[in-house]
Design a protein around this ligand. Structure first.
Ligand code: 76R
Length: 283
Protein backbone atom coordinates (compact mmCIF):
# COMPACT_ATOMS: atom_id res chain seq x y z
CA UNK A 1 0.00 0.00 0.00
CA UNK A 2 1.33 3.45 -0.89
CA UNK A 3 1.79 5.78 2.07
CA UNK A 4 -0.48 8.83 2.03
CA UNK A 5 1.21 11.68 0.17
CA UNK A 6 1.61 13.82 3.31
CA UNK A 7 3.58 11.11 5.18
CA UNK A 8 7.35 11.58 5.62
CA UNK A 9 9.17 9.48 3.02
CA UNK A 10 10.33 6.13 4.33
CA UNK A 11 14.06 5.40 4.21
CA UNK A 12 15.25 3.22 1.32
CA UNK A 13 15.04 -0.52 2.02
CA UNK A 14 18.43 -1.81 3.14
CA UNK A 15 20.18 -4.82 4.65
CA UNK A 16 22.46 -2.52 6.63
CA UNK A 17 21.37 -1.33 10.01
CA UNK A 18 20.62 2.27 10.84
CA UNK A 19 23.04 1.97 13.73
CA UNK A 20 25.36 -0.88 14.56
CA UNK A 21 26.93 -3.82 12.77
CA UNK A 22 26.06 -7.38 11.87
CA UNK A 23 28.02 -10.03 13.76
CA UNK A 24 28.74 -13.68 13.03
CA UNK A 25 30.51 -16.37 15.02
CA UNK A 26 31.50 -19.49 13.04
CA UNK A 27 32.95 -22.76 14.28
CA UNK A 28 34.56 -25.54 12.23
CA UNK A 29 36.03 -28.98 12.72
CA UNK A 30 38.57 -30.57 10.40
CA UNK A 31 37.24 -33.82 8.98
CA UNK A 32 40.27 -36.14 8.96
CA UNK A 33 38.77 -38.55 6.39
CA UNK A 34 38.08 -35.83 3.86
CA UNK A 35 41.42 -34.16 4.60
CA UNK A 36 43.19 -37.51 4.13
CA UNK A 37 41.57 -37.91 0.72
CA UNK A 38 42.84 -34.57 -0.64
CA UNK A 39 45.97 -34.60 -2.77
CA UNK A 40 48.84 -32.31 -1.91
CA UNK A 41 48.06 -29.86 -4.74
CA UNK A 42 44.52 -29.35 -3.39
CA UNK A 43 45.85 -29.04 0.15
CA UNK A 44 48.51 -26.52 -0.83
CA UNK A 45 46.04 -24.41 -2.81
CA UNK A 46 43.35 -24.64 -0.12
CA UNK A 47 45.69 -23.77 2.75
CA UNK A 48 46.94 -20.68 1.04
CA UNK A 49 43.38 -19.63 0.11
CA UNK A 50 42.27 -20.16 3.71
CA UNK A 51 45.23 -18.31 5.19
CA UNK A 52 44.51 -15.36 2.92
CA UNK A 53 40.78 -15.41 3.72
CA UNK A 54 41.37 -15.44 7.46
CA UNK A 55 43.74 -12.50 7.30
CA UNK A 56 41.89 -9.54 8.86
CA UNK A 57 43.86 -7.15 6.61
CA UNK A 58 42.70 -8.77 3.35
CA UNK A 59 40.95 -6.26 1.08
CA UNK A 60 37.27 -7.16 1.01
CA UNK A 61 37.20 -8.78 4.44
CA UNK A 62 34.72 -7.52 7.07
CA UNK A 63 35.67 -4.57 9.27
CA UNK A 64 36.51 -6.95 12.09
CA UNK A 65 37.70 -10.53 11.81
CA UNK A 66 39.41 -12.64 14.42
CA UNK A 67 40.37 -16.34 14.40
CA UNK A 68 41.06 -18.69 17.25
CA UNK A 69 41.77 -22.31 18.10
CA UNK A 70 38.88 -23.89 20.04
CA UNK A 71 39.37 -26.29 22.94
CA UNK A 72 37.43 -29.54 23.13
CA UNK A 73 35.63 -31.55 20.48
CA UNK A 74 32.97 -28.96 19.74
CA UNK A 75 35.24 -27.36 17.14
CA UNK A 76 38.85 -27.07 16.02
CA UNK A 77 38.72 -23.40 15.21
CA UNK A 78 36.39 -20.46 15.13
CA UNK A 79 36.12 -16.98 13.73
CA UNK A 80 34.23 -13.88 14.70
CA UNK A 81 33.33 -11.17 12.21
CA UNK A 82 31.57 -7.80 12.33
CA UNK A 83 30.62 -5.53 9.45
CA UNK A 84 27.85 -3.15 8.31
CA UNK A 85 27.13 -5.50 5.39
CA UNK A 86 25.82 -8.98 6.30
CA UNK A 87 26.66 -10.27 2.81
CA UNK A 88 30.29 -9.28 3.22
CA UNK A 89 30.33 -11.43 6.35
CA UNK A 90 28.49 -14.27 4.64
CA UNK A 91 30.91 -14.07 1.69
CA UNK A 92 33.69 -15.22 4.04
CA UNK A 93 31.60 -18.23 5.06
CA UNK A 94 30.96 -19.10 1.40
CA UNK A 95 34.61 -18.52 0.46
CA UNK A 96 35.81 -20.89 3.21
CA UNK A 97 33.52 -23.59 1.82
CA UNK A 98 34.68 -22.85 -1.72
CA UNK A 99 38.42 -23.23 -0.96
CA UNK A 100 40.14 -26.35 -2.30
CA UNK A 101 40.04 -27.76 1.27
CA UNK A 102 36.50 -26.55 2.01
CA UNK A 103 35.07 -30.08 1.96
CA UNK A 104 37.36 -30.98 4.89
CA UNK A 105 36.08 -28.08 7.02
CA UNK A 106 32.87 -29.18 8.71
CA UNK A 107 30.75 -26.36 10.09
CA UNK A 108 29.85 -27.29 13.68
CA UNK A 109 28.19 -24.16 15.05
CA UNK A 110 27.29 -20.61 14.13
CA UNK A 111 25.70 -17.67 15.83
CA UNK A 112 24.12 -14.71 14.05
CA UNK A 113 23.62 -11.43 15.91
CA UNK A 114 23.77 -7.66 15.72
CA UNK A 115 25.42 -5.02 17.89
CA UNK A 116 23.21 -2.77 20.00
CA UNK A 117 23.18 -0.35 22.87
CA UNK A 118 21.12 -2.09 25.53
CA UNK A 119 18.03 -0.32 26.76
CA UNK A 120 19.52 -0.61 30.26
CA UNK A 121 22.59 1.51 29.59
CA UNK A 122 21.82 4.48 31.85
CA UNK A 123 21.42 7.91 30.27
CA UNK A 124 23.33 10.74 31.96
CA UNK A 125 20.09 11.67 33.79
CA UNK A 126 19.52 8.09 34.97
CA UNK A 127 23.15 7.87 36.06
CA UNK A 128 22.77 11.09 38.10
CA UNK A 129 19.59 9.77 39.72
CA UNK A 130 21.39 6.56 40.67
CA UNK A 131 24.22 8.51 42.29
CA UNK A 132 21.68 10.36 44.41
CA UNK A 133 19.96 7.10 45.31
CA UNK A 134 23.36 5.76 46.37
CA UNK A 135 23.60 8.68 48.82
CA UNK A 136 25.87 11.05 46.86
CA UNK A 137 24.43 14.54 47.42
CA UNK A 138 24.02 16.77 44.37
CA UNK A 139 25.98 19.44 46.32
CA UNK A 140 28.95 17.13 46.83
CA UNK A 141 31.79 18.12 44.43
CA UNK A 142 32.33 14.43 43.62
CA UNK A 143 28.76 14.30 42.27
CA UNK A 144 29.41 16.85 39.51
CA UNK A 145 32.78 15.25 38.72
CA UNK A 146 31.23 11.79 38.42
CA UNK A 147 28.38 13.01 36.24
CA UNK A 148 30.81 14.88 33.97
CA UNK A 149 33.10 11.86 33.69
CA UNK A 150 30.13 9.65 32.75
CA UNK A 151 28.91 12.20 30.22
CA UNK A 152 32.34 12.12 28.58
CA UNK A 153 32.65 8.33 28.70
CA UNK A 154 29.18 7.46 27.41
CA UNK A 155 29.64 8.32 23.69
CA UNK A 156 32.86 6.28 23.59
CA UNK A 157 31.21 3.38 25.37
CA UNK A 158 28.30 3.42 22.94
CA UNK A 159 30.68 3.60 19.98
CA UNK A 160 32.47 0.51 21.33
CA UNK A 161 29.16 -1.35 21.75
CA UNK A 162 28.00 -0.57 18.21
CA UNK A 163 31.30 -0.64 16.29
CA UNK A 164 33.55 -2.65 18.59
CA UNK A 165 37.31 -3.00 18.37
CA UNK A 166 38.68 -6.33 19.48
CA UNK A 167 40.58 -6.00 22.73
CA UNK A 168 44.17 -7.14 22.83
CA UNK A 169 43.48 -10.24 24.94
CA UNK A 170 44.41 -13.83 24.02
CA UNK A 171 41.41 -15.75 25.36
CA UNK A 172 37.92 -15.69 23.81
CA UNK A 173 34.80 -17.26 25.28
CA UNK A 174 31.44 -17.31 23.53
CA UNK A 175 28.02 -18.50 24.68
CA UNK A 176 24.44 -17.68 23.81
CA UNK A 177 21.88 -16.79 26.45
CA UNK A 178 18.20 -16.07 27.08
CA UNK A 179 16.28 -14.38 29.81
CA UNK A 180 13.70 -16.98 30.82
CA UNK A 181 9.94 -16.74 30.48
CA UNK A 182 9.04 -19.12 33.27
CA UNK A 183 5.69 -18.48 35.01
CA UNK A 184 7.63 -18.09 38.29
CA UNK A 185 10.42 -15.95 36.84
CA UNK A 186 9.44 -14.19 33.67
CA UNK A 187 11.91 -11.43 32.78
CA UNK A 188 9.59 -10.09 30.11
CA UNK A 189 6.66 -9.52 32.44
CA UNK A 190 8.76 -7.59 34.98
CA UNK A 191 8.29 -3.81 34.79
CA UNK A 192 11.13 -1.79 33.29
CA UNK A 193 12.02 -0.30 36.67
CA UNK A 194 12.64 -3.79 38.11
CA UNK A 195 14.64 -4.98 35.07
CA UNK A 196 16.63 -1.79 35.11
CA UNK A 197 17.53 -2.15 38.80
CA UNK A 198 18.57 -5.77 38.22
CA UNK A 199 20.75 -4.76 35.29
CA UNK A 200 22.34 -2.04 37.42
CA UNK A 201 23.30 -4.70 39.97
CA UNK A 202 24.63 -6.80 37.06
CA UNK A 203 26.73 -3.90 35.75
CA UNK A 204 28.16 -3.17 39.21
CA UNK A 205 29.30 -6.75 39.56
CA UNK A 206 30.72 -6.80 35.99
CA UNK A 207 32.71 -3.60 36.35
CA UNK A 208 34.96 -5.30 38.92
CA UNK A 209 36.51 -7.22 36.04
CA UNK A 210 37.67 -4.08 34.24
CA UNK A 211 41.12 -4.66 32.77
CA UNK A 212 40.80 -8.44 33.09
CA UNK A 213 37.75 -9.19 30.95
CA UNK A 214 36.16 -7.29 28.10
CA UNK A 215 32.61 -8.19 27.06
CA UNK A 216 30.49 -7.71 23.97
CA UNK A 217 26.80 -8.49 24.22
CA UNK A 218 25.24 -8.84 20.78
CA UNK A 219 21.48 -9.10 20.26
CA UNK A 220 20.04 -12.08 18.43
CA UNK A 221 16.27 -11.99 18.99
CA UNK A 222 14.88 -12.68 15.52
CA UNK A 223 18.34 -13.58 14.18
CA UNK A 224 19.18 -16.80 15.98
CA UNK A 225 17.73 -19.24 18.50
CA UNK A 226 18.84 -17.30 21.58
CA UNK A 227 18.26 -13.72 22.64
CA UNK A 228 21.89 -12.64 23.09
CA UNK A 229 25.40 -13.76 22.29
CA UNK A 230 27.97 -13.16 25.00
CA UNK A 231 31.56 -12.76 23.80
CA UNK A 232 34.15 -12.42 26.53
CA UNK A 233 37.83 -11.75 25.96
CA UNK A 234 40.23 -12.09 28.83
CA UNK A 235 43.78 -11.34 29.83
CA UNK A 236 44.18 -14.89 31.11
CA UNK A 237 41.90 -17.95 31.17
CA UNK A 238 40.97 -18.05 34.85
CA UNK A 239 39.20 -14.68 34.59
CA UNK A 240 36.64 -16.30 32.31
CA UNK A 241 35.68 -18.80 34.99
CA UNK A 242 35.74 -16.07 37.63
CA UNK A 243 33.45 -13.68 35.75
CA UNK A 244 30.93 -16.27 34.60
CA UNK A 245 30.79 -17.78 38.08
CA UNK A 246 30.57 -14.42 39.87
CA UNK A 247 27.87 -13.05 37.59
CA UNK A 248 25.69 -16.13 38.09
CA UNK A 249 24.98 -14.74 41.56
CA UNK A 250 23.52 -11.53 40.14
CA UNK A 251 19.73 -11.76 40.32
CA UNK A 252 19.54 -11.00 36.59
CA UNK A 253 21.44 -14.25 35.95
CA UNK A 254 20.60 -16.33 39.02
CA UNK A 255 16.86 -15.97 38.58
CA UNK A 256 16.32 -15.17 34.93
CA UNK A 257 19.18 -16.39 32.73
CA UNK A 258 19.49 -19.56 30.68
CA UNK A 259 22.74 -20.36 28.88
CA UNK A 260 23.60 -22.31 25.75
CA UNK A 261 26.85 -24.09 24.90
CA UNK A 262 30.16 -22.49 25.86
CA UNK A 263 33.06 -22.23 23.41
CA UNK A 264 36.50 -21.36 24.73
CA UNK A 265 39.26 -20.41 22.34
CA UNK A 266 42.75 -18.94 22.03
CA UNK A 267 43.35 -16.20 19.51
CA UNK A 268 45.96 -16.85 16.81
CA UNK A 269 46.99 -15.37 13.49
CA UNK A 270 45.69 -17.29 10.47
CA UNK A 271 49.16 -18.71 9.77
CA UNK A 272 49.68 -19.87 13.35
CA UNK A 273 46.20 -21.34 13.44
CA UNK A 274 46.85 -23.49 10.34
CA UNK A 275 50.15 -24.68 11.83
CA UNK A 276 48.40 -25.41 15.10
CA UNK A 277 45.77 -27.49 13.27
CA UNK A 278 48.59 -29.60 11.77
CA UNK A 279 47.24 -29.04 8.31
CA UNK A 280 50.24 -29.69 6.11
CA UNK A 281 50.20 -29.98 2.35
CA UNK A 282 52.74 -32.81 2.22
CA UNK A 283 54.71 -33.62 -0.94
O1 76R B 1 27.41 -1.92 28.89
C1 76R B 1 27.62 -1.50 30.05
O2 76R B 1 28.72 -1.56 30.60
C2 76R B 1 26.44 -0.94 30.79
C3 76R B 1 25.97 -1.85 31.83
C4 76R B 1 25.61 -3.22 31.26
C5 76R B 1 24.50 -3.57 30.50
C6 76R B 1 23.36 -2.70 30.05
C7 76R B 1 26.42 -4.42 31.40
C8 76R B 1 27.63 -4.47 32.07
N1 76R B 1 25.78 -5.46 30.79
C9 76R B 1 24.61 -4.98 30.20
C10 76R B 1 23.69 -5.69 29.47
MN1 76R B 1 26.36 -7.38 30.77
N2 76R B 1 26.98 -9.31 30.70
C11 76R B 1 26.21 -10.40 30.36
C12 76R B 1 26.95 -11.58 30.63
O3 76R B 1 27.12 -14.91 32.28
C13 76R B 1 26.17 -14.17 32.64
O4 76R B 1 25.72 -14.21 33.81
C14 76R B 1 25.52 -13.29 31.64
C15 76R B 1 26.41 -12.98 30.46
C16 76R B 1 28.19 -11.20 31.13
C17 76R B 1 29.32 -12.10 31.58
C18 76R B 1 28.19 -9.77 31.17
C19 76R B 1 29.26 -9.01 31.60
N3 76R B 1 24.63 -7.93 29.83
C20 76R B 1 23.72 -7.06 29.31
C21 76R B 1 22.73 -7.81 28.58
C22 76R B 1 21.60 -7.23 27.75
C23 76R B 1 20.34 -7.12 28.51
C24 76R B 1 19.28 -6.42 27.71
O5 76R B 1 19.58 -5.49 26.94
O6 76R B 1 18.12 -6.81 27.89
C25 76R B 1 23.06 -9.15 28.71
C26 76R B 1 22.34 -10.34 28.11
C27 76R B 1 24.25 -9.20 29.49
C28 76R B 1 24.92 -10.35 29.83
N4 76R B 1 28.08 -6.84 31.70
C29 76R B 1 28.44 -5.57 32.12
C30 76R B 1 29.19 -7.66 31.88
C31 76R B 1 30.27 -6.87 32.42
C32 76R B 1 31.66 -7.42 32.71
C33 76R B 1 29.80 -5.59 32.58
C34 76R B 1 30.54 -4.39 33.12
C35 76R B 1 31.32 -3.86 31.97
C36 76R B 1 31.82 -2.47 32.13
O7 76R B 1 30.96 -1.56 32.14
O8 76R B 1 33.04 -2.34 32.20
Amino acid sequence: MRPPSHAAPLPDPTIRMTTGWHCLHLYYRVNPQVWGGLDSAARRAGLSQLEELLNPERAGNPERLQVFAVSGHRADFGLMMLDPDPLKIDAVKQAIRATAIGAALEPTYSFVSITEVSEYVPTVEQYSERLKMDGVSAEDPSYAAKVRAYEQRLPMMNQQRLYPDFPNFPVICFYPMNKIRDPHANWFTEPFSVRSALMAEHATSGIKFAGKVSQLITASTGFDDWEWGVTLWSRSPEHIKEIVYTMRFDQASAKYAAFGPFYIGYILSAGDLLKHLKLEAGV
